[in-house]
Design a protein around this ligand. Structure first.
Ligand code: HEM
Length: 390
């Protein structure tokens, strides 16, 4: 029944929610349009969130975050960070990701229960990113605490929230945020003095057309890697195993034909879209899906819903890795297309291959119910125990 997590959608592709004070876009062609038009649909959503809802800038700011920036600044920043975080840097991680996956599975060997999320899917991506950045992976308990604090909110998606409710939520987020920024700023400053062979050093030294990343940008990007690149990949791994458990014939196929694993991962991303929603803000009046959205409105882009739009995906609730093409929007689209997609796909492919090697059968434990993250904008398992046959 997990496959009905959100239920099939019927109803308009674009609609206004008076309750939340924002527009919801659910349709695939409509989202394709929104994400492809950053001039009309800005990523700088803070411009439509009332200042009274934001904490003081000294403590917390999304200013300058690559995901929030529009052209032309976005292009410059993206070029700089991409010059440090290249496909080659990612591809070179393959043996290390495989070794870490084996290490984590070995460490869980004697545990009575194998719980995929805490034993593998949660630690693997955070260790990979910590090692990539060059911060001690021994500090990963810190990253886990920060990521938990920043993601465990089951906040409603709305700009019409009572300010005290919003304030309490922001307070809970600000402390870990500040700790994380200070921690990464310390490491970045240290790399300026003493370069090393790591991504933080490459970010500090990156130069395109005579421009370099200022310190706060290095820190922002590192934070984004730790947050955006961690929990999403955790969800990807858990969700993929969930799909293979629910569709045993697809598991047999993937086991027999390992070259089909990338397609399995893409289909799991479509059906269970980790970042189920993104925010945009209109810069002018726009027509979308036959509806007129005024300027300066918050627009929620429901990637998860678009990925189950029957106009684009026949039998959208079925897990079918043979969809070809599979134009899901799980990594977004256009200028902000996920910069970490190659890393997420690589980790997914390696971990799944090794799980298939080491488990005769990937089967969820019927005595240990699968749990999902209780946040409407995130779609992913947070607990998934497997029957042990390591
Ligand atoms: C952007 C999803 C893994 C780094 C995005 C966006 C999506 C997304 C939907 C677009 C945001 C927007 O348009 O507003 C995912 C999913 C992942 C994943 C589903 C895993 C399954 C990663 C990883 C990293 C990463 C592993 C890095 C280590 C980024 C960055 C951006 C981004 C830096 C911003 C790009 C830009 O604004 O130009 N991701 N992501 N992501 N992602 Fe990922």
């Amino acid at each position: 029944q997990h496959f009905w997590l959100h239920g099939p959608r019927s109803g308009p592709a674009v609609e206004f929610s008076a309750d939340a004070g924002m527009w919801n876009v659910y349709g695939h062609p409509e989202l394709h349009e929104v994400l492809g038009d950053p001039a009309a649909f800005s990523s700088d959503t803070m411009r439509v969130v009332p200042a009274s809802m934001m904490p003081s800038k000294d403590d917390f700011s999304l200013d300058g975050f690559i995901t929030q920036i529009d052209p032309p600044e976005h292009g410059k920043l993206r070029k700089l960070v991409s010059s440090a975080f290249t496909r080659k840097v990612v591809a070179d991680l393959e043996p290390r990701i495989a070794a870490l996956t084996h290490e984590l599975l070995d460490a869980a060997r004697d545990r009575e229960r194998f719980e995929l999320v805490s034993d593998l899917a949660y630690p693997l991506p955070v260790i990979v990113i910590a090692e990539l950045l060059g911060v001690p992976s021994g500090d990963r308990a810190l990253f886990k605490r920060w990521a938990d604090a920043l993601f465990q909110s089951d906040a409603k998606v709305s700009v019409n929230r009572p300010s005290d409710e919003r304030e309490a939520e922001l307070q809970a987020v600000m402390k870990p945020w500040k700790e994380m920024s200070d921690y990464l700023a310390g490491h970045a400053a240290q790399r300026r003095r003493q370069p090393r062979a790591d991504l933080l050093t490459r970010l500090v030294e990156a130069e395109v057309d005579g421009e370099r990343l200022p310190d706060d940008q290095v820190v922002n990007f590192a934070i984004l890697l730790l947050l955006a690149g961690h929990i999403t990949t955790t969800m990807l791994l858990g969700n993929t195993v969930l799909c293979l458990d629910a569709y045993p014939e697809q598991q047999d196929r993937a086991r027999a034909d390992r070259a089909s694993i990338p397609a399995v991962i893409e289909e799991a991303l479509r059906l269970f879209t980790p970042f189920a929603a993104l925010g945009r803000a209109t810069t002018r009046e726009v027509k979308l899906g036959g509806v007129t959205i005024p300027a300066d409105q918050m627009v929620m882009c429901w990637l998860g819903a678009a990925n189950r739009d029957p106009r684009q995906f026949p039998d959208p609730e079925a897990f079918d890795p043979h969809r070809d093409p599979n134009p899901h929007l799980a990594f977004g689209r256009g200028i902000h297309f996920c910069l970490g997609a190659p890393l997420a796909r690589l980790e997914g492919r390696i971990a799944l291959n090794i799980l298939l090697d080491r488990f005769e059968r990937l089967r969820t434990d019927p005595d240990d119910p699968v749990l999902f993250i209780p946040t409407p904008t995130l779609t992913g398992v947070r607990r998934l125990a497997l029957v042990r046959n390591l």
